[in-house]
Write a protein that binds this ligand. Structure first.
Ligand SMILES: *Cc1c(COP(=O)(O)O)cnc(C)c1O
Length: 375
């Protein structure tokens, strides 16, 4: 029998109890019960920010964040060429409701435009040293995503963004509970975003949230997400009820996963170089710079061999510039490292990191077995 990786979410009696209580109290069937409101307050407290807002998905959260920063058609938004595709596509989707005030010389363009910059060679996160050269008078915002256990240099990004009056969306969908240069992930940017999607570290199957330091930005996001009395892409009471106990345990769960990552990394061949170097990271995925030459296997063959051992490795994201019409973006500088990430990134899915030391040692053993069979 082929071994299978652990399933997610792991059954949690506290989530069970919270959902059962929401059923018993009737809040499961309400527009406005106690849970959404309480979760927003708890998210704000956890992240030490004054405002948090929930919504239907991380993708909606990114769009609401961009709208709150007044990104509209014709504006440029800088992002890494190696990033989550839906954020890129969201920029193309921003064209129908334009909240940005008309500028002198403003000509209607079909959408907001992604401007792609390279990632760093060492960790395949947005390269903060490439940001300034990508900024033009059309630039309205930057999207920074902490990916695969790596961390973007947010202090440096914020310094450039402030200097040029550009807004920052900090996508912490893959890093809830991480500490980024001493602050919670999602609190450096003008807006932080989270996802509660089915594979994520905090999950309700679907869902998302936004974090704000500034009241006016919070208000603009709220306005965008409301039609009259109701939010049009809300989180439900039942989802919020399931999330609250997970958030209470997030700090502990993050420390547990980080300890497992430490144990795993101590055992790995150098042909698998981890993207995570920083203390305080959170691990939705643990990303690696896979070296097919050193390993003696193509990336696809490696992923397949690991899956056959019951270990949940996957290929990373596609580079956003790869196979796409250059009319859909502007490349600011060369995208060499993003092309390498496109070809060579592999990720280990997080559920195994919630297990015991012996579970990650088995992962290390499976990697060693596949490696030995090649060299
Ligand atoms: C999962 C994810 C999102 C949002 O995903 P949804 O499924 O829309 O909640 C956004 N950014 C990154 C980097 C993600 O991994």
């Amino acid at each position: 029998m082929t071994p299978t990786p652990p399933a997610w979410p792991i059954p949690d009696p506290d989530v069970h109890a919270a959902v059962a209580a929401a059923l018993a109290s009737g809040s499961w069937g309400q527009y406005h019960g106690e849970h959404v409101c309480a979760l927003e307050a708890e998210l704000a407290a956890f992240h030490q920010v004054p405002h948090a807002l929930t919504c239907a998905s991380g993708t909606v959260a990114v769009e609401a964040a961009l709208r709150a920063l007044r990104v509209g058609r014709g504006d440029e938004v800088v992002m890494a060429a190696y990033d989550y595709e839906s954020s890129f596509l969201t920029l193309h989707a921003i064209c129908t409701r334009d909240l940005s005030p008309a500028k002198p010389g403003f000509t209607a363009a079909p959408s907001a435009k992604p401007v792609l910059i390279d990632v760093r060679a060492d960790n395949w996160q947005l390269d903060e040293t490439k940001l300034e050269a990508a900024i033009t008078p059309q630039t309205k915002a930057v999207i920074c995503s902490h990916l695969h256990g790596g961390i973007v240099n947010m202090p440096a990004v914020m310094e450039v963004a402030r200097k040029h009056g550009v807004g920052v969306v900090e996508d912490a969908a893959q890093a809830p509970g991480a500490t980024v240069f001493g602050k919670p992930a999602g609190t450096w940017g003008d807006v932080g975003t989270l996802s509660f999607g089915g594979s994520k570290l905090l999950t309700a199957g679907r869902g998302g949230a936004l974090l704000f330091n500034d009241a006016a930005t919070h208000q603009r996001a709220k306005t965008y997400l409301h039609r009259g009395l109701q939010q049009w892409a809300p989180l439900s009471e039942l989802q919020a009820a399931a999330l609250r106990p997970q958030l209470r345990k997030l700090r502990e769960a993050t420390a547990h996963r980080a300890a497992r990552v430490g144990e795993l990394l101590a055992q790995l061949p150098s042909a698998l170089k981890p993207l995570a170097a920083s203390l305080g990271a959170a691990f939705y995925k643990l990303g690696f710079q896979y070296d097919p030459t050193a390993f003696g296997l193509s990336r696809e063959a490696f992923v397949k061999a690991m899956r056959a051992e019951g270990v949940a490795f996957d290929a990373g994201f596609k580079g956003l510039h790869v196979g796409r019409s250059p009319s859909r973006y502007r490349a600011a500088g060369d995208l060499t490292n993003a092309a390498a990430a496109h070809e060579r990134c592999v990720t280990l899915h997080h559920p195994v990191l919630s297990g015991a030391t012996s579970d990650v040692l088995q992962v290390a053993e499976a990697i060693a077995k596949v490696y030995r069979s090649q060299v």
